[in-house]
Design a protein around this ligand. Sequence first.
Ligand code: F6R
Length: 361
Amino acid sequence: DMGGHDTYMHKEIHEQAEAVDRVLRGRIDDRFSTVHLGGLNLDARDARAVRRVKILGCGTSYHAGQIGAQMIEELARIPADAEPASEFRYRNAVVDPDTLYIAVSQSGETYDVLAAVQELKRKGARVLGIVNVVGSAIAREADGGMYVHAGPEVCVVSTKCFTNTCVAFALLALHLGRTRDLSVRDGKRIIEGLRKLPAQIAEMLEQEEDVKKLAAQYADARSMLFIGRVRGYPVAREASLKLKEVSYIHAEAYPASELKHGPLALIEPALPTVAIVPDDDLLEKNRAAMEEIKARSGQILAVAHREQEKADHTIVVPKNEDELDPILMGIPLQLLAYHTALALGRDIDKPRNLAKSVTVE
Ligand code: F6R
């Protein structure tokens, strides 16, 4: 049942305010400015013993993991990074007993992720799962974890699960932070930011008509570049994946600072750039990157917290706490991918050659 929407993708994009409300529900502890995550099976002592965090996932879940790794580093000050589960499996990675491993999967059935979890457990590692489907293989195999409570996701292309997984990581980062050096004040600040998300998502989605008009302008591009820096970079990667999956337009994501090491050679009017430009300490650096693109006659669509004069168009996203900004910045880019695909007449809920859950190697 699509509940009045033409596609599941559209329906699921519009369910995000409600879905985020669900992942937060019952978990916030205002008294200690932290969150309760009962299913982690990780007491305060275990949490404090963690020396590193390694996040494993595929596709969109891997990108959510990259955002999660940054949140964990920022809020808990634990070195963290994300890697595609398949790469991790095949490179005979060193498994370290002081590392907390986190497997991320919407379906909980992705074979490469499951196999990585099994290999880690065989070597005695502690593995948590961040999963949407309750009782799925990865959820059962993990030592503990969190459900993201996004509700069923039918469209092959993941949207609401991505957003909810990012929010789940924010909760985990806050929890780990508050067992360490994150202050009560910062804990409160993050909790307030989390509580604002559902209304801000709803506000963002009200701009759909504007995003649709922009999508019509970019639908004839043969290729698009997505750039971002630090918090914006995984957002750029996810937006680029979303666009290629659903519209079949080639897209590439690049760290903004790497442009001058190669991709600037591609810039010309026919290669539009989407620039993720949060209003944080890197704003000036991002403006400089946009200037370099403009100087080479490239078109720019900025996703920012205020109008960017260097860009041809700006989608203005509500500002949250810096650490949580990636969550909202991804949403207009889901709409951009959706409306581009719609303008091109693509089979949005079932893109060619893709399956919802990849249970083979
Ligand atoms: C992208 C997409 C895929 C999945 C990937 C992992 O829109 O749907 O990239 O994210 O196949 O799937 P899960 O999260 O089920 O492990």
